[in-house]
Design a protein around this ligand. Structure first.
Ligand code: SF4
Length: 492
């Protein structure tokens, strides 16, 4: 990843060379600053056209119908809606004949670079080696489970819930959010909140900046949400990104949240849009430029974006196989955090990471630990204990290790082939691989015992240890029994 990003960054213009473009927020600020106001307006208009195209089936049909007046009106965006033309010109010089589309394409490419920088940020700036190594293992495992869609996951290090449950109640909720029961008020929880942010920042360093303030909750359920965000900005240095499915419920709150994004410190926010009606209400409430840095995620019926096969959507598909829910084949989780999930009103902390949603993990993320803390003074010890218990810096020596449960294992021509629906991994280059594969599948044992058995059969100690370490770091082998989520009693 670092090599790719280094290449991208070197390719930036001379004017950008003076700033730290490894910092995603700086990169985004530069991406806006580099364009003049006419270009930004043209991009915002193209973005709105595209959102309507993807989210409004009636508009799409009208646009593509023969002799449509709409087609004439939107001729300047033809490569975006005329699939045949779009495919042929998207990657070619021919796009020069479509200046608005060319501007949009370059903007979109900058947003992809921004996403990649966000993904790289915690490893680049992490101050806690065990946490960084654990996160990298989780990201490698998730990539193997999820296939190509994994690149969309930026693996933030921490998420905070400022409420218990969510009042929106989407039928497709990919993480099966509970019903809403309470929300944190700033008056009551503000001090604890700032202490939590300070403890997490002390523990994780700049990586804590990637935190955001929702999970199985919606920001619209927390009237003081913007005040919590402002504190996050003051303590960590970054205003968190926001996603809400109810941006119009309290439009004053939404505007306050958007106003925390500034030209010097821009924030890329998101609205989930649940119906074509809501899409048009959003269009009426906000100009295209208001929403230049707000992605609209089309979740309505008839959208071109299928819903992830996870959480409540997966449960409904399983319960009603005869219904055509048109769930995504590729997107099998909406989870993104590899790290801590902290609920403020419940004083609860979980250690989680994304995975493919299935019968073992229907909500698309693994939970490695789930504990409560009494107060902010206890939190540093809780974080220390979670890292010590769950993030061994080396291969865990005492637990039996085996291949991940989702991987089919075959030995072919002396190599090990590991395969699931999304990925194929081939391990080759060592004479002892057939024996190692058989040991790990048929007779799993601890690392020490595995190495001992292999060495007794003539394998080189360092080769076996090095390969097991590589397989472990790649998330292909793991402890067969989850590490115990022991109740944490930190004080007598
Ligand atoms: S998808 Fe988001 S808004 Fe909808 S129920 Fe789940 S957490 Fe709430």
């Amino acid at each position: 990843m670092a090599d790719i990003l280094d290449g991208l960054i070197e390719a930036r213009s001379r004017e950008d060379a003076a700033v730290d473009l490894h910092d995603p927020r700086t990169f985004l600020a530069q991406a806006v600053r580099r364009r003049n106001s006419d270009e930004l307006s043209a991009i915002a208009e193209a973005k709105r056209f595209r959102e309507r195209l993807i989210g409004d089936a009636a508009f799409r049909t009208a646009l593509r119908s023969k002799g449509s007046a709409l087609a004439h009106n939107y001729e300047r965006y033809r490569p975006l809606w005329d699939q045949e033309l779009g495919h042929s010109v998207w990657h070619s010089e021919a796009l020069d004949g479509w200046p608005e589309v060319r501007l949009w394409k370059a903007w979109h490419e900058d947003l992809v670079r921004f996403r990649d920088l966000m993904t790289a940020y915690p490893s680049r700036y992490g101050t806690q080696p065990a946490f960084t190594a654990w996160r990298q293992r989780q990201a490698a495992r998730a990539a193997s489970e999820l296939g190509p869609m994994h690149v969309a996951i930026t693996h933030p290090a921490v998420a905070y819930e400022l409420a218990s449950g969510c009042s929106v109640g989407c039928w497709f909720c990919g993480i099966s959010a509970q019903s809403f029961s309470e929300s944190a008020s700033y008056e009551e929880h503000g001090q604890l909140w700032r202490q939590i942010l300070a403890a997490v920042t002390d523990q994780l360093g700049p990586t804590a900046r990637t935190g955001f303030c929702y999970w199985g909750t919606d920001p619209a359920d927390t009237p003081d949400y913007d005040r919590f965000l402002a504190d996050h900005g003051r303590v960590t240095g970054w205003i968190p990104q926001t996603t809400t499915a109810a941006p119009l419920r309290d439009i004053g709150l939404t505007r306050r949240v958007l106003s925390l994004s500034t030209p010097g410190e821009p924030v890329l926010n998101r609205f989930s849009v649940l119906s074509p009606r809501q899409l048009h209400q959003i269009f009426e409430a906000f100009t295209p430029l208001d929403l230049l840095l707000v992605e609209l995620v089309p979740q309505m019926r008839g959208s071109l974006m299928p819903k992830a096969r996870a959480g409540r959507a997966l449960a409904r598909e399983t319960a009603q196989p005869e219904r055509d829910l048109s769930l995504s084949e590729a997107a099998t989780t909406i989870a993104c955090v590899s790290g801590f999930l902290i609920n403020l009103p419940e004083r609860r902390i979980r250690l989680i990471a994304p995975c493919k949603a299935d019968t073992h993990c229907p909500d698309g993320y693994r939970t490695f630990a789930d504990v409560h803390f009494a107060d902010a003074a206890e939190l540093p010890d809780v974080l220390d204990a979670l890292i010590a218990d769950h993030m061994p810096e080396e291969l865990p020596s005492s637990l039996p290790l085996g291949f991940r449960h989702d991987l089919g294992v075959r030995v072919e021509a002396g190599a090990i082939r590991l395969e699931n629906d999304a990925s194929i991994h081939t391990v080759s280059g060592y004479p002892f691989l057939p024996q190692l594969a058989s040991l790990l599948t048929d007779d799993p044992r601890s690392v020490g015992a595995t190495i001992e058995a292999m060495v007794a059969s003539g394998a080189n100690f360092f080769d076996v240890h090095g390969l097991l370490t590589e397989l472990y770091d790649s998330g292909l082998i793991e402890p067969l029994h989850p590490l115990p989520a022991r109740p944490m009693v930190l004080r007598a």
